[in-house]
Structure formats: structure tokens, C-alpha cells
Design a binder for this molecule. Structure first.
Ligand SMILES: [Mg+2]
Length: 283
């Protein structure tokens, strides 16, 4: 599994050195860190809407012998693979109560898929306490959610089977989530870290969803053109991120409805979705 610690801002070409060999760099526990290739003056800019990518990052390769060599699947985590939005909801309600308030359903709906900072702003405003320290609330919430993640994480319908099929076929796969890495590491105990060739967390990149950078980074790590990467998402923010990156999207709404749009196919869940179905979305 690739960590992207050394790819914090892949939009900025690293032109130092000429070897083209991967530099392992500082690794996180349990992961392999790959640096961006060196010595390339023609590295593509992967800012908004830029393509293509295939084969442009030396030292970062797809798994050997994929069944579909120019095709990858990028999975959102919360609400898409795991029914973890419910866990977040429990934590958020408890945080509001911890502050002596009550979170409204409207505020909760607006938080889905947003960054932690945005969610805290919404929550604090909703309970009439905009003066609250967002960092303190984040610490409280993440500690509670970590407990809940470790105790009770459920798969969304069809997600476990699809992930197993993707892995069995050796199709490159990445997890692309706005959730921070220390919580993702807990969730990977349920998801299976060996199921992903790359994991892009909210604190791994300078911009999070709806910015395209998380999906562009995942596609780059897999060495697959974003247009050949199907992104599976459950939130408007995640869909916007993937579409801005140029990925076709399979949307499986969890907490809030999602409309069909250009490049966005909507299904109620992942039951019955297989690789052939996903591959056709890239056509
Ligand atoms: Mg989600």
C-alpha cells in the first residue's frame, strides 16, 4: 500500500535529481512511502481538470498483472464502503450534548462529506456557540469516533463483495477519504488494508473534497488516467471532487440524495455492481 506522505502537493514538480528511482522517504508505520519521480521536467500539472496521467509517475506502479491494465477503482470510505456516516452521526450528537446543545437534522445533512473544520463550524453555529474552539471539538469527536470505529463498523450493502472482486481481479484500487489518517487506520482493520494499493486521507493532501486533488493524487499513485478511474461516492462533496478530477462516478447515496448528472450514475447501493459494470462507466 502506498502512503502519500511524500506527495503532499503533487502539483508542484520535484525536479531535483535525475535517477528516476523511487526514494522511500520517511515511511509511516505499516505503509510504504513513495516519492514523486525525480528528474522530470515534463511532469503533468494535476490541478483542476488536468489530464492525463498514465505512466507518468515512475516508482509508483499498479499491482502486477492487473486484469484491466488501464482501469482502476477509487473508493470513498464513509457512507460508501462503510456505514460509518452513522457512527459520525452518533459522535456528532454526543459532541453537541457534551457542549450542552442539540444538533439539528438540517445541520447534520449539511455536514455530510465536508471537512472536519467545516463540520465544526456548522455544528457550533447550529447549537448557538460559534465561539467554540474547533480544534478542541475535533479532538473530542475524533477520540469518540475512534472508539466507535474500533467497536462497530458495518459495510454498506454490496460493498464488501465488490471490493473483494476488485482485489481478486488485481484491478488497481485506492481509498480516497476526507477522514484523517489516524481514524482511517482504525477503519482499515475492517476494510482490509491489503485491499488497497493507495490510501489518500484528508490530512495527506493540501486540499480536501470537493477539491479534485484527493482523486487526482489517488489516480497518480495508481498510475492510471483519472478518466479511467471509476470513483464510488455517497456525498455531493465527494461527487464534486471526483468529477472535477475527471473521474466517472458511481454514486450510492447514503445520507443525502444525489442527482444523476453528466458522468454520474446513481444507484441505491452496490448490490449487483461488478467489475464489468464499473468498467463500462469509463467507456
Ligand atoms: Mg462519503
Amino acid at each position: 500500500m502506498y502512503s502519500i506522505a511524500a506527495l503532499a502537493d503533487p502539483r508542484i514538480p520535484d525536479l531535483a535529481g535525475t535517477s528516476g528511482l523511487p526514494d522511500p522517504g520517511p515511511a509511516r508505520p505499516g505503509s510504504v512511502t513513495r516519492r514523486r519521480p525525480r528528474g522530470r521536467s515534463d511532469l503533468p500539472d494535476i490541478g483542476a481538470g488536468r489530464t492525463p496521467y498514465a505512466g507518468s509517475l515512475r516508482g509508483v506502479t499498479a499491482p502486477a498483472g492487473p486484469a484491466f491494465p488501464d482501469f482502476a477503482v477509487l473508493f470513498d470510505m464513509d457512507g460508501t464502503l462503510l456505514d460509518s456516516e452513522k457512527v459520525w452521526e452518533v459522535g456528532l450528537h454526543e459532541l453537541a450534548a457534551h457542549h450542552g446543545g442539540t444538533m439539528s437534522a438540517d445541520a447534520r445533512a449539511r455536514m455530510v462529506g465536508t471537512s472536519m473544520a467545516e463540520s465544526m463550524e456548522i455544528l457550533h453555529t447550529d447549537i448557538g456557540q460559534p465561539y467554540r474552539d474547533p480544534d478542541a471539538s475535533v479532538r473530542w469527536l475524533e477520540a469518540r469516533v475512534a472508539e466507535l470505529f474500533a467497536a462497530d463498523l458495518l459495510w454498506r450493502p454490496g460493498a464488501r463483495e465488490l471490493l473483494a472482486e476488485v482485489r481478486a481481479a488485481r484491478v488497481p484500487a485506492a481509498l480516497v477519504t476526507a477522514t484523517r489518517r489516524h481514524l482511517v487506520e482504525v477503519a482499515l482493520g475492517t476494510l482490509g488494508r491489503a485491499n488497497f494499493d493507495a490510501v489518500v486521507c484528508g490530512d495527506d493532501v493540501d486540499e480536501t473534497k470537493p477539491h479534485p486533488l484527493p482523486y487526482l493524487t489517488a489516480a497518480a499513485l495508481l498510475g492510471v488516467d483519472p478518466a479511467r478511474c471509476v470513483a464510488i461516492e455517497d456525498s455531493p462533496t465527494g461527487v464534486a471532487s471526483a468529477r472535477a478530477a475527471g473521474c466517472p462516478v458511481l454514486a450510492v447515496p447514503c445520507e443525502v440524495d444525489l442527482p444523476t448528472a453528466e458522468g454520474v450514475t446513481v444507484r441505491p447501493d452496490l448490490l449487483g455492481v461488478d467489475l464489468d459494470y464499473l468498467r463500462k462507466l469509463t467507456a
